[in-house]
Design a protein around this ligand. Sequence first.
Ligand SMILES: NC(=O)c1ccc[n+]([C@@H]2O[C@H](COP(=O)([O-])OP(=O)(O)OC[C@H]3O[C@@H](n4cnc5c(N)ncnc54)[C@H](O)[C@@H]3O)[C@@H](O)[C@H]2O)c1
Length: 325
Amino acid sequence: MILGNASANIVKVYDFPIAIMRQYAERFFTLFFLNIHLYLQSWHKCLSAANVRSWNYFHETFCFSPISLIMQIHEFERGLQGRVAIITGAAVGNGRAFCERLAEEGAIIVIADIADASETVKAAEAIGARVLSLKVDATNPQDVQQMAQTVLKEFGRIDILVHNVGKYEEEPFELLSFDQWRQMLDLNLNSLFLTTKAVLPAMKEKGFGRIIALSSDTVWLGTPYLTHYVTAKMGVIGFVRSLASEVGKYGITANAITVGLTAIQRPEQGGRVSSSILEHILPTQSVQRGDEPHDIANVVTFLALPASGIINGQTLNVDGGVARH
Ligand SMILES: NC(=O)c1ccc[n+]([C@@H]2O[C@H](COP(=O)([O-])OP(=O)(O)OC[C@H]3O[C@@H](n4cnc5c(N)ncnc54)[C@H](O)[C@@H]3O)[C@@H](O)[C@H]2O)c1
């Protein structure tokens, strides 16, 4: 159920002036030092090979660098500058890290969560992103459709969908009720159907789209007491495989990430919830440290980049080397 009118759920949409000034300052210093480097390089060339071409190069660099510096600052683009990314289930956990990382690349962030996402809003805004936070139940068709309409009204495009909502709950199969089974499939898999249906027309219209769905390495491990969860997460992989074949021709990719146990900080549990579980899981990993949300966020961002448009219908396993895929 959508919690009130969608437009009333917008937390903030505005250019954050201080953050934008900071962005410009960062660009200035990056490009200033790059220009100094080019200047010294050309000077060195002139000294080592005093020929006409290198003198011209030096002259051009020297004379035009202040103007070109200003132009470069203005045109400097980060990887996802101006792209609109919807991240479901981003109030806490991995989803928050995805928002932060995508914001670092310049994306406009849309948080779609059933819970209060104000901490994620603050975190993404501090990086300089424009942020829209919507209360959305990802299992509710009306909510999800309204979410897409609101985003299109605000930004005119949807470039990236990170399907992150999901839930993990152990139950031996013999005790598992049909209700538990259905709820698990609803949240982990049916929500992917709904969100993809809602965003695909907008992606197709622009000839660009990135659908990135979160699955779990339990699908490779066949972890017990998770028949409902593993079935849903395996469904996510099947979904992106088949969809990729249909939408690749429109510049849209659909990929999945199988995540291992992640060391998420949960304040209500006094820090790293998985510390005791990590002790159990680390011996099974080839990398001897816990997976952190930012490890997965890097992979999400990699798949979201325009440069990754050739990767389609794939599943990347990110679990510190527990499972092999
Ligand atoms: N954390 C791990 O160790 C781990 C391991 C493997 C896979 N994963 C997968 O990664 C994804 C994120 O995991 P996490 O641990 O960060 O999750 P989390 O439990 O920390 O966060 C889930 C978010 O989804 C939101 N949410 C729940 N139901 C919703 C609904 N109906 N509509 C909209 N939002 C809803 C919650 O409010 C919350 O903000 C999930 O798909 C999970 O299955 C996580």
